[in-house]
Design a protein around this ligand. Sequence first.
Ligand SMILES: Cc1cc2nc3c(=O)[nH]c(=O)nc-3n(C[C@H](O)[C@H](O)[C@H](O)COP(=O)(O)OP(=O)(O)OC[C@H]3O[C@@H](n4cnc5c(N)ncnc54)[C@H](O)[C@@H]3O)c2cc1C
Length: 383
Amino acid sequence: MENVIGTSSWMTPDLEDLRQAVRRFAEAELTPHRERFSKQQYVDRELWNKAGEMGILLADIPEQYGGSDGSFAHMSVVFEELGYAGDMSFGIHVHAIVAHYILNQGTEEQKQKYLPLLASGEMVGAIAMSEPGAGSDLKGIRTTATLDGGSYVLNGSKTFISNGYHADLIVVVAKTDPQAGAKGVSLMLVETKDCEGFRIGRILEKVGQKGQDTCELFFDNARIPKDNILGGVEGKGFAQLMTELPYERTILGVSGVAAIERALKLTIDYTRERKAFGQALIEMQNTRFVLAEIKTEATIARIFIDRCIEDMVAGRMDTVRASMAKYWISDLQCKVVDQCLQLFGGYGYMLEYPIAQMYIDARVQRIYGGANEIMKEIISRSL
Ligand SMILES: Cc1cc2nc3c(=O)[nH]c(=O)nc-3n(C[C@H](O)[C@H](O)[C@H](O)COP(=O)(O)OP(=O)(O)OC[C@H]3O[C@@H](n4cnc5c(N)ncnc54)[C@H](O)[C@@H]3O)c2cc1C
């Protein structure tokens, strides 16, 4: 699989080595097991330890906390390679997001305790914001964390939580002061092992991404040590979410561009082979024009995301541009994959053809990480 412009400006020999290693990892550990992961609705737990051993789980976290001391470019290589492999089951994205909450918002003690465990894969991370009654409008969450002696008592339910089945550490968004609006929201670090009152509900049946364990979670008087409030202070949750969401949204852009590039490559290969009316499909003007348009859009997306990656590495990325990357690339991904599927004809609708899987996996990119309409709200505030 190749980047549509050849090589990105931010690539280095060291990143190229990492790319090859992640590619081999995907070929050995993900692709052969795709169907099984889909059926069981989660990846094998050992996969996390294997990825941890390779140092790819927290590639952009400092070595002092067990990470691989790279930058956002290193994580981008990981996300791109998973995208090129067509994998949508290994929830490394959410895991890395959790680590960033802890790195940037946690106390020194929280960083030292949790980051090495997340880096090695001994702990799997998840983030639980959404609830049955509140997704886009997070102010409407009903989960509460009430201080009682030396611990918080957590009550509420969460839904659509990625990595929910395997998660050992969940960042739970809860109200510590329900009267205080946005200032009454805090992020709680919940260790699931032996946590009384915590329960995993169903692994949800999704349209696509079936190998990813997206779950319901329940907290019924679950006790969390007082020290497990992220950053050690109540009421910072909303600000912490706003600070960290650009990381998540840029990641979605990186994965989206990889998917677009893969769809283009698969479709060029297929239309060269497939014959109709005495010629290869790619010789027909419509096919060439559609692919020419897609290549143009893929190139625009690639150049845009490369700039976003450079700015993430340099610490210059902002919320507005991350929202643009998330919304525009995920919209483009869905459009491109749909156009590509059309060029496969009936075979494009058969799951044994990767383009069919890409079609059903892509749709949710416009919804999670903040619905694209919310992204436009954020962008419009900058006008
Ligand atoms: C596969 C999957 C994985 C997920 N993983 C996680 C996870 O790990 N952790 C987590 O916390 N959540 C997760 N989510 C939840 C996801 O973030 C939410 O689904 C998303 O934020 C939308 O919230 P909602 O589903 O409640 O939709 P609603 O908030 O009910 O919105 C429905 C639709 O209404 C429209 N809309 C809403 N508000 C506005 C507005 N202000 N202006 C214009 N239009 C609007 C949009 O079109 C939106 O799609 C996941 C969801 C899925 C499907």
